[in-house]
Design a protein around this ligand. Structure first.
Ligand SMILES: [Zn+2]
Length: 279
């Protein structure tokens, strides 16, 4: 089975999704490794009405800070408790992600309710993934697994022609071809150290077999079955999406000074002879 990294590319300014209830789950700080999870991973929304009890509870977690823009950050233990309550309130299946900073609240769209694309996102600002009803229907026909679909409403409350997709598939931690894989025993976050460029591979002993999945907390990956469906439509109908085979993409390890594909740090700073990647 071949896998592809699914990435958002460019913006459709006529497509304006929004929430009437702009409520997010809090950010979380891992006391063990010190990492703070500020942003939710891609396609991990909970696009359902937020009941009053949950709104009150989330408000009670907020501490007053002089800077109103600072996100609230809670401990992992507090988040674990909160996420169990959220699961109960919404009756979410165990595979459904409840992640720090996830967007809550039903999704609406103004402007073009019938966009020309078949998939949009997850963009870097909202992290949400949208698909057309036609594409969603084809995914269903092909028994594509690992996405949960929700209606997106027009301002008057009718269902629009797009659906919001939440990725439920789990790819675990990838295998790497070089560098050192470090995993936090408390929060489970992984990173690659060793000042190198690295290729990821799906570890089939950890992957749950879904066609849409994330490596633990990041990177949206799809199976070749999804790309086959896209190709049936024609990739020109997916102008805001890019796919790259997982086995060809090189990523910088976390302790590389710069993570820009075609550039090296020396070229950017203008000093010395630029070295080719892989040296
Ligand atoms: Zn940690």
């Amino acid at each position: 089975m071949r896998f592809y990294i699914w990435e958002h590319h460019g913006y459709d300014l006529d497509f304006e999704p929004y929430r009437k209830q702009e409520i997010d789950l809090p950010a979380v700080r891992c006391e063990h490794c010190g990492y703070t999870f500020y942003g939710a991973p891609s396609a991990s929304d909970i696009p359902l009405d937020v009941p009053r009890a949950l709104r009150k509870q989330l408000a009670s977690l907020q501490t007053e800070t002089p800077d109103a823009l600072s996100p609230e950050i809670i401990s992992m233990e507090a988040f674990r408790e909160l996420s169990q309550q959220v699961r109960q309130i919404y009756n979410l299946p165990p595979t459904y992600p409840v992640m720090p900073s996830a967007y809550l609240g039903a999704r609406f769209v103004r402007g073009a309710a019938n966009p020309a694309w078949h998939a949009y996102g997850p963009d870097r600002y909202t992290g949400s993934l949208y698909v057309s009803r036609v594409f969603a229907e084809r995914l269903r026909e092909r028994a594509i697994r690992g996405v949960h679909l929700f209606p997106v409403y027009t301002p008057s409350g009718e269902q629009s022609s797009v659906l919001l997709a939440v990725v439920t598939g789990d790819g675990g931690i990838p295998k790497i071809d070089r560098g050192e894989l470090v995993v936090c025993s408390a929060c489970g976050r992984w990173e690659v150290r060793g000042r190198t460029r690295v290729r990821y591979q799906v570890d089939e002993t950890q992957w749950d077999g879904s066609d849409f999945f994330r490596f633990r907390y990041s990177l949206l990956v799809v199976s070749e079955r999804v790309v086959e469906v896209v190709n049936e439509f024609g990739s020109s109908l997916f102008p805001y999406t890019r796919w790259e085979p997982l086995d060809t993409v090189e990523r910088a390890s976390s302790d590389m000074p710069v993570d820009f594909g075609p550039y090296s740090f020396l070229q950017i700073s203008g000093g010395g002879q630029a070295r080719e990647e892989g040296t």
